[in-house]
Design a protein around this ligand. Sequence first.
Ligand SMILES: [Zn+2]
Length: 255
Amino acid sequence: MCKTTRSHSSPHKPSDIPPNCPVENDGKNVRIIVFDPKGLIDSNSDLKHDALEEVGTFYNGLQNTPGLQPALKQSLSEFTFHVEYRHSNPSQTEKGCFGKMKFPFYIFNYDALPDSSANEMTALLHDHYIPEETKVWKITGPDTRETAPVHPYEDFEKDWEKDSVLGFGIPGKYTDLKQPTFRKIGIIKIDAILKSSGVIGPEQRFTGVLKHELGHMLALAHLDNTIMNEKYVEGFNQFTIPQIDVINETLKRLA
Ligand SMILES: [Zn+2]
């Protein structure tokens, strides 16, 4: 749903230094906030309530995945995922000040946007202080993983208009030990999700895309046959234990 590599350099400059923001203390509460100013999912109450609730339930249930080491299970159980829906946009100041435990998502109707929408998306990334390059963890074996670069601005230019791309999830550069960045963003192309055909209903597809993009925001790369499968495939709705380990590492870093 969101490819992650490209080599040439982006014409866009990431924004300057983030503003001074009030200190937020969410403890170990992960706050996923879905901004839908146009009410695109508001008109479909099932889509809104069931899908959002399912995302929270799913991530809160990761601690019960069979086969987890006790320490991993214990660590995960300390985190709680909350999903909140807002029929509005955040203010400009809020956009620049989302704290470490905040995961903002934006709902867009791709077809309704003008040709310049890729530029609007770029502006949205700038507003959230998304860097030009960030990193995800690529799982390379049962006990091995390596970081892989992501170029959000280039990915947007390349993928925004593709019908097959249903959303974007961009993590902060959490792995940078010297100058980590913690801002992240999720973007959902709701009309592309509703249009794409399949056996399952739009609610489940919407839920699946949210889970996948949140996985990217938690620093996961694509991995075949899991929720992080590059293309949306019905039935790939689990994380592997090494992926859950990455999620836990990211959460510990953010908290
Ligand atoms: Zn993806």
